[in-house]
Write a protein that binds this ligand. Structure first.
Ligand code: GLN
Length: 544
């Protein structure tokens, strides 16, 4: 029988429900249990793919091409739970399925209502993960208790505990216990109110995880326990992890959260916790031999979640090289200023992430020029690769009026253009070239040397591509096309040989990096940054 853990959030948003859920998943997996992770998001978009990163942070892409919430990135970095379309449902998707069923006549004769039809649909999404051999499904409910739009999800999980039995379900409520400086006190009232609202809906949380800046005194723990109707030991303090998000599981273990969950759900097949590897990881993060500064130049640089997986993958690259990575977030528009350009010339690496739309693109192209001319290790991702191609065309091949047709349709040299398969696309949602696609690398290239393989699979999310018509002109002009789709038609990786490390890829390697398995390209990029810092030149890549 599969057990279910539901994670809800109260008081304020951005409490780190995703990280807490991922940490719980990691701990249960570590105890030998088979875990599946899932997020239910109450907004009406069918998926976050149509939202701006300013609204929602990064869009996280899965192997199967689903465009999902960034919390799924935490799930993948912390656990081995396979993630696919069923791992992220939104109100939009739920209603879409219900309305499609209504049109097909599946509810013929009935009035279709939130209860039971919408709630049944939500319950079936949860049940879909509880397949044979799965010990625990962890379902995170997006949003904050009190939001109107979360109500059907909360009602569905309330019913779910009746369907599968209270003993097979566990509710974890994450709240904030704020510290009031003026009163020099932690305040428990918002937590009491939030749990009160949950109980009105019919959900009694089993555990209350309290995010806090300060240690919570026993008397406050007792107060929360009393008002929220749980034993005091089920009130778990989760102190802000100042150093690294990878500390969160350890803080839960300090409060025996894993053991209490195992007992509460009767997970008798759980083995002892062994966090040796996790401690090694944190030690590697703590005791680095050097530091490198990497500039991430993007349109959304000010938004802390817009390039989440990239920032994580850079840290993973640091772990692999015993280096701490200082990330300088540079809004690409600022590159019009002399002092920003000067700042870029002094970093050990420049990373250009993906993006959409014209704003800030000229600044990105300028960042490529600086990296190329000043021999600064350069890593371009998706739009970052497209900007590198434009820069090479303009400044090396002399095609001054080169651009992507995404930004200028009537350009003289459309070196980046819409993919053929995209020309007839009219709907914007879920229609890009998405998900895992094969790439063939050429032997001896930096990419092949980093991967140690010639055949790779990486996740994509784009509509535009390197214009094939210009391929030979670039090759004659010295650009190395080191990776292509197996049919040779789509350019996937470019490199510049006469440069310490200049690699740009059409795909998104950041989605496949884990702290325990840093992505090969991030590892190689940070290695190049470390060499730059030491003033060393590059070793010749060995044949893969
Ligand atoms: N806007 C570009 C395209 O659609 C790049 C997309 C991206 O960086 N994810 O091809």
């Amino acid at each position: 029988m599969t057990k279910h853990i539901f994670v809800t959030g109260g008081v304020v948003s951005s409490l780190g429900k995703g990280l807490t859920s991922a940490s719980i998943g990691m701990l249960l997996e570590n105890r030998g249990l088979s875990v599946r992770m899932q997020k239910l998001d109450p907004y009406i978009n069918v998926d976050p793919g149509t939202m701006s990163p300013y609204q929602h942070g990064e869009v996280y892409v899965l192997d199967d091409g689903s465009e999902t919430d960034l919390d799924l990135g935490h799930y993948e970095r912390f656990t081995h739970s396979p993630l696919f379309r069923d791992s992220n449902w939104t109100t939009g998707q739920i209603y879409k399925s219900v309305i499609d069923k209504e049109r097909r006549g599946e509810y013929l004769g009935k009035t279709v209502q939130v209860i039971p039809h919408v709630t049944n649909e939500i319950k079936s999404c949860i049940r879909r993960l509880a397949t044979n051999g799965v010990d625990v499904v962890i379902t995170e409910i997006g949003g904050t208790i009190g939001d109107i739009e979360s109500l059907p999800f909360l009602e569905a999980i309330r019913q779910f505990q009746i369907d599968v039995g209270r003993e097979n379900c566990c509710f974890i409520h994450l709240t904030l216990v704020p510290y009031l400086k003026a009163a020099r006190e932690l305040k428990t009232k918002p937590t009491q109110h939030s749990v009160g609202q949950l109980r009105q809906i019919g959900i009694q949380p089993d555990f209350i995880v309290c995010r806090t800046e300060q240690p919570i005194a026993q008397e406050d723990i007792d107060k929360i326990a009393l008002f929220c109707n749980v034993p005091a030991k089920h009130v778990v303090e989760e102190r802000d992890a100042d150093f690294s998000i990878y500390e969160v599981p350890l803080s839960l273990v300090d409060h025996k959260m894993d053991q209490m969950l195992v007992e509460r759900l009767g997970l008798s097949n759980a083995r002892e916790l062994d966090l040796t590897k996790w401690h090694e990881l944190l030690n590697a993060l703590r005791h680095t031999k050097t530091e490198v500064t990497i500039a991430v130049v993007g349109k959304y640089a000010k938004h802390k979640d817009a390039y989440k997986s990239i920032y994580e993958a850079l840290d993973h690259g640091g772990i692999a090289n015993s280096a701490s990575v200082r990330i300088l977030r540079i809004p690409s528009e600022n590159l019009e200023r002399e002092e920003t350009r000067a700042m870029l010339e002094n970093v050990q690496g420049i990373l250009l992430p993906g993006g959409f739309g014209e704003r800030g693109v000229e600044g990105k192209i300028e960042a490529v020029r600086i990296a190329r001319e000043h021999n600064i290790p350069f890593f371009g991702i998706c739009l970052g690769m497209q900007c590198a191609v434009i820069e090479y065309a303009r400044n090396v091949l002399g095609m001054t009026d080169a651009n992507s047709t995404e930004f200028n349709k009537d350009v003289e040299y459309p070196v980046i253009c819409l993919m053929d398969e995209q020309r007839s696309v009219t709907d914007m949602g879920g229609t890009m070239r998405l998900g895992s696609q094969p790439t063939s690398l050429i032997a001896g290239s930096r990419a092949a040397s980093a991967y140690g393989s010639l055949d790779i699979q990486e996740r994509h999310r784009h509509r535009y591509e390197f214009n094939y018509e210009y391929r030979d002109r670039f090759i004659d002009g010295g650009l190395v096309i080191s990776g292509s789709s197996p049919d040779g038609k789509l350019v996937e990786v470019i490199e510049i040989e006469e440069h310490p490390w200049f690699v740009a890829v059409q795909y998104h390697p950041e989605f496949k990096s884990k702290p325990t398995h840093p992505h090969p390209l991030f590892k190689a990029f940070i290695a190049a940054a470390v060499r730059k810092r030491r003033g060393e030149t590059e070793e010749k890549p060995s044949n893969a």
